[in-house]
Ligand binder design. Structure first.
Ligand SMILES: NC(=O)c1ccc[n+]([C@@H]2O[C@H](COP(=O)([O-])OP(=O)(O)OC[C@H]3O[C@@H](n4cnc5c(N)ncnc54)[C@H](O)[C@@H]3O)[C@@H](O)[C@H]2O)c1
Length: 367
């Protein structure tokens, strides 16, 4: 394994998953959190409840006593506002790689250009935590697309629709959206930020099919004010790529039961990808015109999502490895579209993305 020493910022929900995944691949793990209560909760509640028992080999500390330098991988699992300041500091430690959780930053795109520049200058590989694109079911979908089982793809849609309830079940210490960034779209929360896995998955398919980056965004969002909270509960995106391909993404925090789904329409049939098809895992369904549906179930447990992610990052650190589908550039592309979506709703116009202008609001202009 290339990943032998891992430092994780954030002892919350994702920090626990990443720590467990890093331990599963045999790495030494240090977790840093600004909150003593969060570190304690990790040790006595979240980790033992999720994975059976606390792993005493995991070192817990606050920033005052955190070790610096000598890490293969530094993961940033804090609320989005801290992602890029911590990532920029992490670059200076010269790890082999940095993993930053999704969404990469707030829709203001502050520091987005800086991380791209600094990571490239330091030669540090950066991965964004859109882990669905490296799961077994996504790899199955990729294989079927490569084999062109549904012929030429005409269009595809992705929907991640999940009521807040599921998220707050994983955070029993929060009483509602206003208690965290989740309830504030400008801080990277709301449906557009929290469920940006859907948009990123759409971009993943677009790249896989050779249609490239999104160049036009036509969006409608529903914003909710609830006490102090101000978030988008529904984010509808119509997207066009640089080569003129068109498709659709839906993200919401109202749908229950949850639906996480991709649908691909080809000339010879359809492909459906279901995340959480049943309690046992994911599935891919192939329907060829005039033939019975072929269901492929891909069993998994929730911790497997992050173990697959850790293995993917490790494989990408091999000399000569292909560019990652979880790369910084892919995460930045996703953030540009999220920012474009808010601008589209605000201006009531379609927004064009100009990638020559960098990862900043200057790249966005209403048509
Ligand atoms: N990839 C996924 O499937 C997935 C799943 C869950 C969460 N996430 C993402 O992970 C991030 C964190 O979400 P969460 O649910 O774990 O949040 P959380 O609130 O459970 O935990 C975040 C932790 O970060 C700590 N923190 C804040 N600032 C810090 C700093 N400067 N240094 C160290 N620690 C700091 C907080 O004290 C808190 O304990 C979010 O961006 C979220 O979208 C991704």
């Amino acid at each position: 394994m290339n990943i032998k020493r891992v430092k994780i910022y954030g002892a919350g929900s994702i920090g626990n998953h990443l720590a467990n995944a890093a331990r599963a691949v045999g790495a030494d793990v240090v977790v840093v959190d600004v909150s003593e209560a969060a570190l304690q909760r990790m040790k006595t509640e979240i980790y033992p409840m999720r994975y059976g028992s606390w792993d005493a080999a995991i070192q817990l500390c606050t920033p005052a006593s955190e070790p610096k330098g000598g890490f293969d991988l530094i993961c940033i699992g804090t609320p989005p506002a801290y992602h890029l300041p911590l990532a920029l500091a992490a670059v200076k430690e010269q790890p082999k790689a940095i993993q930053i959780e999704k969404p990469l930053c707030a829709p203001s795109l502050e520091l987005a250009d800086d991380i791209a520049r600094e990571a490239a200058a330091a030669g540090v590989k950066v991965f964004i935590g859109y882990d669905h694109v490296v799961g077994r079911s996504a790899r199955k979908l990729q294989d079927l697309l490569r084999e062109k089982v549904v012929g030429e793809v005409a269009t595809f849609d992705v929907e991640f629709r999940e009521h807040w309830g599921g998220i707050f079940k994983a955070h029993p210490w929060l009483s509602g959206p206003a208690d965290s960034y989740l309830g504030f779209w400008e801080a990277g929360g709301g449906a557009s930020g929290e469920h940006s896995h859907a948009l990123n998955f759409w971009q993943f398919i677009s790249h896989q099919l050779g249609h490239g980056r999104v160049s036009e965004v036509d969006a409608m969002l529903t914003y909710v004010r609830d006490g102090k909270a101000h978030y988008d509960s529904l984010c509808l995106l119509h997207l066009r790529t640089e080569d003129g391909f068109t498709g659709r993404v839906v993200q919401d925090v109202v749908t229950q039961p949850v639906k996480k789904w991709a649908f691909i329409q080809g000339t010879a049939g359809t492909l459906e990808w279901h995340n959480g098809y049943n309690p046992q895992g994911d599935a891919v369904i192939l329907k060829k015109v005039g033939q019975p549906a072929e269901l492929t179930e891909l069993p998994k447990r929730r911790p497997d999502d992050f173990i697959e992610e850790m293995k993917h990052i490790d494989a990408c650190l091999q000399p000569g490895a292909a560019p990652s589908v979880m790369s910084l550039e892919r995460g930045l592309e996703t953030m540009l579209v999220v920012a474009a979506a808010h601008l589209s709703e605000k201006t009531k116009r379609r927004v064009k993305i100009d990638y020559t202008k960098g990862w900043s609001p200057a790249a966005l202009s209403p048509l």
